[in-house]
Design a protein around this ligand. Structure first.
Ligand code: MLC
Ligand code: AMP
Length: 505
């Protein structure tokens, strides 16, 4: 019996004494030890009655055990549903209910708040803390350390990753074993990962970047990771000499550049720096090269497709571009309305087809159908041009989306909450330049007649319902919102008006 991803990513490492993870405190975990934890976790899930196709929602802090839950889901056949640790219980409730998760694993500190959520959704609630303790870990303690993986084929689902929508309602992107394996294979090859590599891993593991792009590629190559809890410059500087590669969102690179310790000497041992999830300014690319001699390799991807376009490992890494389609993945730039390919140099929407492209949105067949062309290409919503050499440059977004520090924020979700606040007539959420996060969230609100609104009260009013990173950093009160003749709010005008909001932060 086979299990596509488990067989490719995990099984080959059984009994292997090589270090898989090195932690911030220097502690190491071998591949064999990691697989034994994953086996205990998978056997615990099976004992709980969780089987193939059942959803396991996970909102836990980054740790080796947290990663082992992902491996355990693959092994037990369950569908892994990772959740941002910043999500509020109200946000978690939507995901757990929508996915009909059978099990919700959370940090001990949020168990009390999530109990009613789990009860309401009919999910079992267990805990897993950053130090590996918790009720889930206890349950797994005496379980066999060897696993017979549940049979899972290439087209079976491995994970649900929720991405927000322009309607404000999050959609569960269904990713299959083959989506993830084909992408790990493409990336390991394109970026030349081997078992000698050590990846500096400071990203969260609840999104595509830190989870699939980083972890699956490392597992496939049999390489190692320095597994840090988050982005801390002292940690990065301390561990970089032990690493060969790093993956980060652009904020990683701008913060490193703001640190005088970043120089050629510090990065001497590194062979590759990769950036993605948000636009890397050409200026950042150039400054980084001037300081370190390394040309950052920028790539482009999405939750729905994993990675699809990348600058080359060998060959020219062009600043300001995301490079060329990865082998085996078809990319075209099309007119958003007609779907016809546009000539080189003209702006169109990026469309993608390949084994990497997801199976659809969970229980949203109509939404899924809207985002695919009849010939199977997925419409990304990102606007780009392709030059005569095939290099793709992202120039904007057809979707109303803000990317702040690599996190996607959908204005609609925030606008709906603001509109519900007492005294609010209407609102608009925009992203404007932010020196650290790329884009920062700004709200513009119009009061009902005779009402005086206050920024602090509005912010407090939405705080409980929205993860902190989505909350506007500023809310401005305006007399009206600029609209075009169709009555549509002209966000470009608002972005211009509030462009300098974060210039001095
Ligand atoms: C943290 N905060 C943010 C934020 N991250 N606010 C806006 N945007 C963000 N991205 C807020 C916190 O709520 C807190 O607010 C304050 O900033 C400090 O929190 P922190 O946790 O100490 O922040 P920090 O460690 O500095 O985190 C910043 C960051 C992090 C950029 C390192 O956000 C990060 O790791 N981003 C990576 C996201 C990622 O992995 N994206 C990939 C998605 S996959 P306060 O007010 O309470 O102090 C994808 C596909 C692809 O896009 O192509 O890869
Ligand atoms: P997510 O839905 O979180 O997977 O985010 C995917 C989105 O991130 C894409 O649709 C792009 O808008 C953006 N993105 C990813 N990589 C890049 C990049 N290198 N440059 C610009 N935008 C990017």
């Amino acid at each position: 019996m086979t299990n596509t991803l488990y067989d490719a990513l995990l099984l080959p490492h059984q009994g292997r004494e090589k270090t898989f993870l090195t932690l911030k405190d220097g502690r190491t975990i071998t591949y064999d030890a990691f697989l034994r934890i994953a086996a205990r976790f998978a056997n615990a899930m099976t004992k709980l009655g969780i089987g193939s196709g059942d959803r396991v929602a996970v909102q836990v802090k980054k740790s080796p055990e947290a990663l082992a839950v992902y491996a355990a889901c693959l092994g037990s056949g369950a569908i892994f549903l990772p959740l941002n640790t910043a999500y509020t219980p109200a946000e978690v409730e939507y995901f757990v209910t929508d996915a009909e998760a059978k099990l919700l694993i959370c940090d001990g500190s949020s168990a009390e708040a999530l109990k009613p959520v789990a009860n309401k959704a009919g999910a079992l609630l267990l805990t897993l803390n950053a130090d590996g303790s918790g009720s889930f870990a206890e349950l797994a303690e005496g379980m066999p350390q060897i696993l017979s993986p549940a049979p899972r084929g290439p087209h079976d689902l491995a994970a649900f990753l929720y991405t927000s929508g322009t309607t404000g309602r999050s959609k569960g992107a269904m990713l299959t074993h083959d989506n993830l394996l084909s992408n790990a294979e493409a990336l390991a090859k394109a970026w030349r990962f081997t078992s000698s590599d050590v990846l500096l891993h400071a990203l969260p593991i609840f999104h595509t970047h830190g989870l699939f792009v980083a972890t699956n590629t490392i597992l496939l190559a049999g390489a190692s990771m320095v597994f840090l809890p988050g982005l801390d410059l002292d940690d990065l500087v301390a561990w970089m000499p032990q690493a060969t590669t790093m993956m980060g969102v652009p904020t990683f690179y701008t913060r490193l550049l703001s640190d005088a310790r970043l120089d050629r000497d510090l990065t001497r041992h590194m062979r590759l720096f990769i950036s993605g999830s948000a636009p890397l300014l050409a200026e950042t690319h150039r400054d980084f090269e001037a300081r370190t001699g390394h040309r950052i390799l920028e790539r482009y991807g999405m939750t729905e497709t994993n990675m699809n376009i990348s600058n080359p490992y060998e060959g020219e890494r062009r600043a300001g571009t995301v490079g060329l389609p990865l082998p085996g993945i078809s990319v075209r730039i099309c007119d958003p309305e007609s779907g016809a390919e546009v000539p080189a140099g003209e702006i169109g929407v990026i469309e993608i087809k390949g084994r990497n492209v997801f199976k659809g949105y969970w229980r949203m067949p109509e939404k899924t159908a809207q985002e695919f062309r009849p010939d199977g290409y997925f419409i990304s919503g990102d606007l780009a041009t392709k030059d005569a050499d095939g290099y793709v440059t992202i120039v904007g977004r057809a979707k109303d989306l803000i990317i702040s520090g690599g996190y996607n924020i959908y204005p609609k979700e925030i606008e709906l909450l603001l509109d519900e606040q007492p005294g609010v007539l209407e609102s608009a959420i925009i992203g404007v330049d932010h020196p650290d996060l790329g884009e920062g969230v700004v709200g513009v609100v119009v009061a009902k007649a005779g009402v005086r609104l206050e920024e602090t009260i509005l912010l407090a009013g939405i705080a409980g319902s929205l993860a902190r990173f989505k909350q506007p950093r500023r809310i401005f009160i305006a007399d009206e919102l600029p609209r075009n003749t169709m009555g549509k709010v002209q966000k470009a005008m608002l972005r211009e008006r509030y462009a300098t909001t974060f210039m001095s932060s």
